[in-house]
Design a protein around this ligand. Structure first.
Ligand SMILES: [Zn+2]
Length: 662
């Protein structure tokens, strides 16, 4: 697809889908599952195909001309969505099928599709009477501009609070960091200076390594004051406005508060369950902070630094503790992590757990958008049945978004004939010279496995209807997090984590060191995360009338006995997950929710006779936790796998926290 064809294709795709939708809505026959729900599952095939190319141009091959087209298309996409969700005739037919299914249930998977689709329309106001519907839409419009304002204010404070260093203030910083700080300063017209920008990627290493305590304090203060500077870019009033509008909107639907509305179709089901988990972990997290602070204070005292640990000292002294207690030579680790071998290792794991075989397709036999993209055919090891194609786009390039991610170009479904899966993994490794091994860090290897976990989740789907492939926010990271655990299994280490020169497998002592280092600084990490996650929930449970955001944050933290040596990971005035959109509003807890499942499911393997390759547990894993996607309620699915609910204790052990309740 050429960039210049994208807009036409998208506009036509939307028209075709709306034509499909209108045909369903205007059908004169009585509404049935087949003529309504199944037709909706079928609608918009051309658009879906086009969106794959759109996604590639967006994530893997972006360009200024494409971004221009994106800006033009954004309002059209939004209008298009509203035309479907506000189609009254369509909703009446969905509702009729839904109501009938309450009397006379359909097949289990059909029933689930109807419920999911009905719920989505209902949660977004389809049942409201005309006047309320108008108010609902008006609120959403107002919210969307507040979200933009919120993120623009944060962006303003990130761009405008830069700390410039002089040559004699570079103590402790690495050459690479200094070089890039010099380049940024030069770009900003400050020759011979060094710029510390007000972003996490600049702040974090600076606070970890800089020996200049006063400057650490300044950089820290700038960062944690974003959106909270009492000027025209201050977000506190905007937050109150957002909270009020969200509460008013869900009140139209009859809900007490936003959290209750949001969590009803999540695995946690309600805010109490999410809060229970967070409050159960919190005491151990802050107790660990006290231990970490004591360790750090001891290092400071030993150095003769006459200080008491303050928030801008935490990262700096934690790094010193890490060196003493958990020293890992990351360069030594890297020698055992070659990207090609890691790819083979993932295929091996997929073979053992999922019975898949990965075979490279002959070059040129499958079209790709860039020569660096490699493709494998995925088949069942016994039957030879084709499961799908796996695309790997490993290298960084201009126009590719940062980080690593997984996506599908086609999901599995069988209702209209079996569709095989086209799944893709994407990363940003620096391409090595021809013939040279690409060595990666332990973290990058873990992420590589993580994203492959998403791909396996796509491949293993056995659902009949596309809607059932959908994700549940506090559940869909669990499968990928779990797959990370196979990186450090003996089978993978002995066969694939081999030294790139000698071919020797990674020594057991090094593996031990890596595992031990995983619990390092967990007090800090868990506490800063939980403080934000709890705050997210409390803000949406509270009544926002006359709320003073600053005071609310301060008092809530004080009630929690928040340690004074560290702040929330995201302070409220710049908590973009929650206030620059709705993606993670009352959902920030979800990372920990999924992590409980990960820790608990991983213990199921540890306890099994065959360990991480136990055939019986693996079969259950695929059957209940991967293949059904969203065809089974996630809580039910987990119980089928484990014979019980997940327990928090596994997470506590994982993070090196004491377990008291067992
Ligand atoms: Zn993920």
């Amino acid at each position: 697809m050429k960039v210049e064809d994208v807009k036409t294709a998208m506009v036509q795709g939307m028209e075709l889908k709306l034509r499909d939708i209108d045909a369903i809505a205007n059908n004169n026959d009585a509404p049935t599952f087949e003529n309504t729900i199944e037709e909706m599952e079928r609608a918009g095939e051309e658009l879906n195909r086009g969106l794959n190319y759109y996604g590639i141009l967006n994530s893997n091959m972006s360009s200024p001309e494409f971004r221009e087209i994106q800006t033009e298309l954004a309002p059209l996409f939004s209008e298009f969505q509203s035309k479907i969700t506000q189609n009254e005739k369509l909703f009446q037919r969905i509702k009729a099928v839904y109501d009938a299914s309450r009397e006379k249930p359909l097949d289990a998977d059909q029933q689930r599709v109807v419920e999911l689709i009905y719920k989505e329309f209902e949660m977004n106001g389809a049942e409201l009477e005309k006047e309320k519907k108008e108010r609902y839409a008006a609120i959403n419009k107002e919210l969307s501009s507040l979200y933009t304002k919120f993120s623009n204010n944060v962006l303003h404070d990130e761009e405008n609070y830069i700390t410039y260093l002089e040559k004699e203030q570079l103590g402790g910083l690495s050459d690479g960091f200094i070089k890039s700080a010099a380049r940024i300063a030069e770009d900003k017209g400050q020759e011979d200076k060094y710029a510390i920008t007000n972003t996490r990627s600049s702040m974090d290493p600076f606070l970890t390594y800089s020996t200049e305590r006063e400057l650490r304090k300044q950089v820290w203060t700038n960062y944690y004051s974003r959106g909270d500077n009492g000027d025209e870019y201050d977000n506190n009033q905007i937050i109150v406005a957002i909270l009020k509008l969200r509460r008013e909107r869900v009140a139209l639907l009859g809900y007490k508060n936003y959290a209750e509305w949001r969590l009803q179709d999540r695995m946690a089901k309600n805010p109490e369950n999410a809060m229970d988990l967070m409050e159960a972990v919190w005491p151990a997290a802050i107790a660990r902070v006290a231990e970490e602070v004591a360790d750090m204070q001891a290092v400071a005292d030993k150095n003769g630094d006459k200080i008491t640990i303050e928030p801008w000292d935490y990262r700096y002294y934690a790094e010193k503790v890490r060196k003493v207690k958990y020293d890992l030579n990351s360069d030594e680790v890297k020698q055992y992590l070659q990207l090609d071998k890691l790819t083979d290792a993932m295929h091996y794991v997929a073979g053992r757990l999922f019975n898949y075989k990965f075979t490279p397709v002959p070059e040129g036999s499958v079209p790709v958008f860039h020569e660096d993209v490699k493709v494998w055919e995925v088949t069942d090891k016994d039957s030879g049945e084709n499961i799908g194609l796996w695309y790997l786009d490993p290298y960084a390039r201009q126009g590719k978004r940062s980080g690593a991610w997984a996506t599908t170009y086609r999901g599995h479904s069988t209702f209209d004939g079996k569709k095989n899966v086209l799944a893709s993994n994407n990363s940003n490794f620096v391409k090595p010279a021809p013939g040279e091994a690409l060595l990666v860090s332990w973290d990058d290897a873990t992420t590589f496995f993580h994203e492959f976990g998403h791909a396996l989740h796509y491949f293993s789907s056995n659902v009949k209807y596309p809607t059932l492939n959908g994700g549940v926010r506090d559940y869909s990271e669990f499968q990928s997090q779990l797959l990370e655990r196979w990186l450090s299994t003996d089978e993978v280490i002995s066969q694939y984590l081999v030294h790139n020169k000698t071919g020797e497998p990674m020594p057991a002592s090094l593996v031990e060191k890596i595992k031990k280092a995983a619990t390092f600084n967990q007090g800090f990490k868990t506490t800063e995360y939980l403080a934000s996650a709890i705050m997210d929930m409390k803000f949406h449970l509270a009544d926002p009338t006359d709320m003073d955001v600053d005071k609310f944050e301060r008092e809530t933290l004080s009630d929690l006995n928040m340690p004074k040596e560290l702040p929330m990971r995201h302070r409220t005035p710049h908590f973009g997950h929650v206030f620059s959109g709705e993606g993670y509003a009352t959902a920030y807890y979800g990372y920990m929710w999924a992590d409980v499942l990960t820790a608990d499911a991983s213990e199921a393997f540890v306890e099994a006779p065959g360990g991480f390759y136990d055939e019986e547990v693996a079969a259950k894993l695929v059957k209940y936790l991967f293949a059904p996607r969203n065809a089974i309620d996630p809580a039910e699915a987990y119980k089928l796998f484990r014979g019980r609910d997940a327990k928090i204790e596994a997470l506590m052990r994982d993070r090196g926290f004491p377990v008291t309740s067992e």
